[in-house]
Design a protein around this ligand. Structure first.
Ligand code: IMP
Length: 336
């Protein structure tokens, strides 16, 4: 079975948290990362904080094979740093067609007024590298000798594992509204971040999708330019404990309340059959570190159930704290 984890809003929904919880709990055969270094996935495990920009969050579970999808873009120094930090090099596979970002693409973006100004890019060279790929001038993983020992056909490996009934997690990056095609252009990233785009980046067809878990946060945040309906002032966000700062850039995130209508549309377009909601403990203080649904404060349960009714899919995973394992897992009960 394939579990596809997709961001439901503007990125920063807590994909690292959900992916790492699932990686420890399910011990999948393999975890695949899409996207690139503009997305930082935060994982807090045993009191230690990690910010992964390339490796799947399953790098911490000591067991799962780790894969970089053909549609991903790697940067070698970031990759080697993360491999060293997590001692996971022997579990890594990179598709020969994964793109490679160099300092040149970062430099190009730093000199790009449109990206710096209007778009509010993270300036990590991702869009510049992607544009070179489209012009067919970008070098790929297969072109670098130092990556040769990791090279493997990822679509073939994923499909082979699924044919043997093994569990594969796909950890997507960013979120629905940052999609180049379906987001709020031009305030978007340089790829299609929705379920269909992520399957394409991995290189497998839709019939393999299995569970599509759309990840929401108990409130909406975004960084950079572009619209944010119902945006709260920074002071109001702070008062609610919902002020956040970017993993890669350190910028203060803009904040709005959760919106079920928006969530429903997103779940539908991504054909999600489950949702995860992170940071329930920020909205309901009594939810902090609760790991059983029955032990949540009644107003938190009422809120979750209202959202399930409005969005139309079960909320199977509920984040209740910063640690990877601070999670209420209702998958067995709600989807079997
Ligand atoms: P770029 O993809 O770095 O060029 O950034 C384009 C837009 O997407 C900017 O508004 C960024 O803030 C936003 N963005 C890119 N990656 C992420 C992410 O991982 N989380 C949240 N926002 C992101």
């Amino acid at each position: 079975m394939l579990d596809l984890l997709i961001g439901g809003f503007y990125g920063d929904e807590g994909k690292g948290k959900v992916a790492s919880y699932m990686a420890f709990k399910d011990m999948p055969y393999m975890a695949v990362r899409t996207g690139s270094i503009n997305a930082g996935h935060t994982v807090i495990y045993n009191g230690r904080k990690y910010g992964f920009r390339l490796l799947p969050s399953a790098c911490l579970n000591g067991k799962s094979m780790l894969a970089m999808a053909p549609g991903s873009l790697i940067k070698r120094d970031v990759l080697f740093r993360e491999l060293e930090e997590t001692k996971s090099a022997e579990r890594l596979m990179i598709d020969p067609h994964a793109g490679v970002i160099t300092d040149q693409e970062i430099e190009d973006e730093r000199n790009n007024e449109h990206l710096k100004g209007k778009v509010g890019s993270t300036l990590q060279g991702v869009g510049s590298a992607e544009s070179k790929r489209i012009l067919r001038t970008l070098k790929l993983a297969k072109d670098y000798e130092e990556l040769s020992k990791y090279i493997a056909n990822i679509p073939d490996t994923v499909i082979g594992a699924l044919e043997q009934d093994k569990n594969v997690h796909v950890e997507a990056t960013q979120g629905h509204f940052l999609s180049l095609y379906h987001g709020e252009y031009p305030f978007v990233t340089s790829r299609n971040t929705t379920a269909s785009g992520v399957l394409s980046e991995v290189g497998i067809g839709p019939k393999y999708a299995g569970n599509i878990i759309i990840i929401f946060k108990a409130f909406i945040t975004r960084v950079g330019g572009g619209p944010l309906a119902g945006e709260l002032s920074h002071e109001e966000a702070k008062r609610l404990g919902a002020d956040e700062y970017g993993t890669v850039t350190g910028r203060a995130r803009r904040v709005a309340h959760f919106d079920s209508k928006v969530a429903k549309e997103v779940a539908r377009i991504n054909s999600a059959n489950q949702m995860a909601i992170t940071k329930l403990d920020v909205k309901f203080k009594g939810a902090y570190k609760v790991r059983e649904y029955g032990k949540l404060p009644s107003e938190a349960k009422k809120w979750v159930e209202e959202i399930e009714n409005e969005v139309g899919i079960p909320a199977t995973l509920l984040g209740t704290g910063e640690e990877a394992m601070d999670m209420i897992d209702r998958r067995a009960e709600l989807v079997g």
